[in-house]
Ligand binder design. Structure first.
Ligand code: IPE
Ligand code: IPE
Ligand code: MG
Length: 245
């Protein structure tokens, strides 16, 4: 293992052997639902509802483009700060999405995964999510990861707790990475945030160490297959160096 790979763990080891053209993992901060609704004088829930259509379109588009892993940030560990009514609307939409879309995902050979501490959700929703994850766990076509009550800092703290008590000499980047919710998933190659905001909002801080970042002005409900294809085209023009030359 090279010195770089040794210090950066498996992300580095994987990344070092890659060329700019390979795109295995796309992660998206789906932002702008509220502003999409506001522009139309609609309640925020209308934007979230339209956002689910974008989720469908983009996950289909990712499959068509042969992207192995698509991660979507749906509810952050900070989103509990929103009004109770909006949180409850979001939970309702999540419940509905899983119920209506699980068949298509399963039939499309998609493995559904969740990152974040979704056990904080209502017990029936936790059971629904767990059943969907379990049902698709042996699918091998592609992976759809949904961030639910996800925050990178919380994820890293939970990983650190799992490592506590181990011989410090055995704790390296690869060991910590293995305990993250993304465990066996490849590092993020392309991280997209919609709606014009240019921040990470506690998303994939570890996994995006060498990701290409793309901030687009499009509001999430207006993002679709074409916008994803455009993002991939932009990615393909980027030169990734991973610290080398
Ligand atoms: C993203 O849209 C969806 C979630 C965070 C759940 P927002 O709800 O953040 O929309 P804006 O940022 O208010 O427009
Ligand atoms: C980030 O969007 C979280 C999700 C997309 C789930 P937010 O709209 O919550 O982020 P901030 O508050 O503007 O940083
Ligand atoms: Mg927002």
């Amino acid at each position: 293992m090279s010195a770089v790979a040794a210090t950066t763990g498996t992300s580095g080891a994987t990344a070092c052997g890659k060329t700019s053209g390979e795109l295995r993992h796309v992660a998206i901060i789906m932002d702008g639902n509220g502003r999409w609704a506001k522009k139309r004088f609609l309640p925020r829930i209308a934007g979230h509802r339209k956002g689910i259509e974008a989720v469908r379109a983009v996950s289909r588009g990712a499959r068509e483009q042969g992207i192995d892993v698509l991660t979507l940030y749906a509810f952050s560990s900070e989103n509990w700060r929103r009004p109770a009514e909006e949180i409850s609307d979001l939970m309702g939409l999540l419940r509905h999405f899983i119920q209506t879309d699980i068949d298509e995902l399963d039939e499309s050979n998609v493995r559904l995964r969740v990152i974040g501490d979704h056990n904080a959700f209502a017990p029936d929703l936790v059971a629904l999510i767990d059943a969907a994850v379990e049902r698709t766990s042996t699918n091998s076509g592609s992976t759809l990861v949904i961030g639910l009550n996800y925050g990178s800092q919380d994820e890293i703290v939970r990983a650190a707790r799992k490592l506590a008590g181990r011989d410090p000499a055995t704790i390296d980047a690869a060991a910590l990475e293995a305990e993250l919710d993304t465990g066996d998933l490849p590092p993020v190659d392309l991280l997209i945030r919609t709606s014009g905001e240019q921040r990470l909002s506690n998303f994939m801080l570890w996994q995006a160490a060498y990701a290409e970042l793309l901030f687009v002005d499009t509001l999430w409900p207006d993002f679709g297959k074409a916008a994803l294809a455009e993002a991939v085209a932009t990615y393909n023009l980027r030169e990734r160096r991973f610290g080398g030359l």
